[in-house]
Design a protein around this ligand. Structure first.
Ligand code: HEM
Length: 151
């Protein structure tokens, strides 16, 4: 963590965390990672193999059963939400002049991003394709075979 040197009212030099500087660096670093994560995601889902025609519930269930894709998707989710929320924070700071409105909007952005990060992470790591599956589903045989339903 790099600190900024400032002069405290007491005259002492203090070292403060510079949110704007680190936010600026985070936007660039996360932007580079997001290019790889987003275009990798689009390429695998839409172009590899049968491409978009292979996209269905079972395709997603297969990806969410693989730790590689779980982590890929969770890192993409976290970075996109933090990047998007921090970008919106910059826009709010630039355009919203009323201090209370600005504070409320920045809190709302933080809460929305935090909630979506928690929910999305839970979905990716607790996803169970056999939950609520019925006999008419194409997943039925697989779910019976792995002991998730039936008997
Ligand atoms: C393809 C990957 C992406 C790249 C390379 C990228 C890159 C960047 C960079 C470098 C900035 C800083 C611009 C500045 O400070 O002037 C930025 C700002 C921003 N980004 Fe992204 N970004 C990407 C994806 C996203 C996504 C997925 C979202 C939404 C979830 C998003 C939302 C924003 C917002 C709201 C800003 C603030 C714009 C502003 O300051 O005017 N970006 N982006």
């Amino acid at each position: 963590m790099t600190a900024q040197t400032a002069i405290a009212p007491s005259g002492r030099r203090t070292r403060r965390f510079n949110l704007e500087k680190w936010g600026w660096m985070f936007m660039r670093a996360s932007g580079v990672l997001l290019v790889i994560l987003i275009f990798g995601h689009l390429f695998v889902n839409l172009m590899l193999g049968e491409g978009i025609h292979a996209l269905d519930f079972a395709f997603i269930a297969g990806k969410f059963a693989d730790p590689w894709w779980q982590w890929w998707d969770v890192i993409m989710l976290w970075l996109a939400l933090i990047h998007g929320a921090n970008g919106m924070r910059t826009i709010v700071n630039d355009y919203v002049t009323h201090p209370t409105a600005r504070k409320a909007l920045i809190w709302a952005l933080g809460l929305a991003a935090g909630l979506l990060i928690v929910l999305g992470t839970l979905v990716v790591f607790t996803f169970d394709p056999c939950l609520g599956v019925t006999e008419s589903s194409t997943l039925w045989d697989m779910c019976v075979a792995n002991g998730s339903v039936g008997n």
